[in-house]
Design a binder for this molecule. Sequence first.
Ligand SMILES: Cc1cc2nc3c(=O)[nH]c(=O)nc-3n(C[C@H](O)[C@H](O)[C@H](O)COP(=O)(O)O)c2cc1C
Ligand code: SF4
Length: 479
Amino acid sequence: MAQEHRLILKQIDQPGYTAELECYLRHGGYAVLRKALSLPPRTLTDGRVLTGPDQLRKEVMESGLRGRGGAGFSCGLKWSFIDHRSGKPVYLICNADESEPGTFKDRQIIYKDPHQLLEGMIISCYANHVHLAYIYIRGEFTEGARILERALAEARAAGYLGRDILGSGFDLEIHVHRGAGAYICGEETGLIESLEGKRPYPRIKPPYFPAVLGLYLCPTIVNNVETLCAVKHVVGMGGLEFAKLGTPNNTGTRIVSLSGHVRRPGYYEVEVGKVTLGELILDPAFGGGLREGRKLKAIIPGGSSAKVFKAGERFRLQRRGPGGQVTSEEVDLLDLPYDFDSLQQAGSMSGSGAIIVMDDSTDMVEALANIAEFYAHESCGQCTPCREGSLWMSKALHRLTHGGGRPQDADYLLHIARNIQGRTICAFGEACAWPVLSIVTKFRDEFEARGAADLARRAHPATGVEAPPATTQPAARAD
Ligand SMILES: Cc1cc2nc3c(=O)[nH]c(=O)nc-3n(C[C@H](O)[C@H](O)[C@H](O)COP(=O)(O)O)c2cc1C
Ligand code: SF4
């Protein structure tokens, strides 16, 4: 039977568990840091000597840990891009912006178990020779910032931060930096610009990774809150042991934010790929099913920028067996394992781990209008396709939901979205195009019916519905 596997969330929500250092220590806190800082050098069979930090990075590589912020990129590989011989300082930034709609996991850790995040960060900093790190926290999380500041002060006073941590000779300082509430500050290069005191304009790629050129043009690691917490567990149990959790190439556990039309919305930690989308939505241990008398209509599986799935869809998945042999099987939507690779093969992504469930009461035109309005508001405006396109899409959808639609609006929306994706500086372009491309394509009939009905009403105002006033029409049109 599918069930939670709580590793990061193990203590969170337990009766009496608090965010204070004393409580964290009572539950074994900072023991993994002690172990990490005291690792003696190890000589390999080929004569090479691995220092403590080398061994920690090796563990993370062997664990197969993939980033939990959205892209699912290998954490060990990202760390390996750091050039430790450049002579430049290396920085680490914890991305606590958590602004992808539908996502509410990182804030649980920050509010309820901040020392777990700090321990993961300190270990990650030691492993990468970082002496100055930042937690970039979303502006709206005022209480979260306060909790983190207090946890940092506690850690400093107890010798887990500052000079000569636990007598190891390792120095580290961590600062909390509050954003001002812009979604684009979650994009790592926009975040870095913001941290440098500038507008959060995402940087032109290449270089593709801040690990090559990041904060103050120095090598910089940007990792998500959950990823950094997972590092603590990788080091605690060993990389290969961590890799036994989950499934091949999709190791460990991951926290899923489940919302929408389920009976038990909430956050659940599961082994990656060991639980299906259907179990997460229907099983009493998770979502507990839909509301009485309702049927499933659609699922957004990885935050609002992930492509939507339509109820009843089937997918062909390829799997690699232990001997390397590749097999292929057809899978129902609800039988899709919730992991990085399966969702990608099914044409979407697990992104930030946020599942939004929609039942048959959902108006897909309204739902998309809501999403598109968010992206039009949040575009940083640097690239023309994203700046103009996101606004045109939002205006067209506003028209469609306010009586001014046209039957050709479905094609109009697809046309704009296709001209955004792949033509922008950052992945926000895809983030705003993918919901439109997938929802309009899979629920095209709803968009066409809405447009046709609006047109008919305008042609025959005697039906009782007036033509919309000119002000509801978009100010700028692409066609
Ligand atoms: C538009 C946009 C918004 C993003 N927002 C977040 C966010 O709120 N939190 C986050 O951790 N990553 C976010 N990311 C991903 C980051 O750019 C980056 O890949 C991530 O922080 C790396 O951490 P990880 O490797 O641990 O996943 C966003 C990416 C894009 C394109
Ligand atoms: S894609 Fe959009 S958010 Fe990203 S840099 Fe361009 S305009 Fe800004």
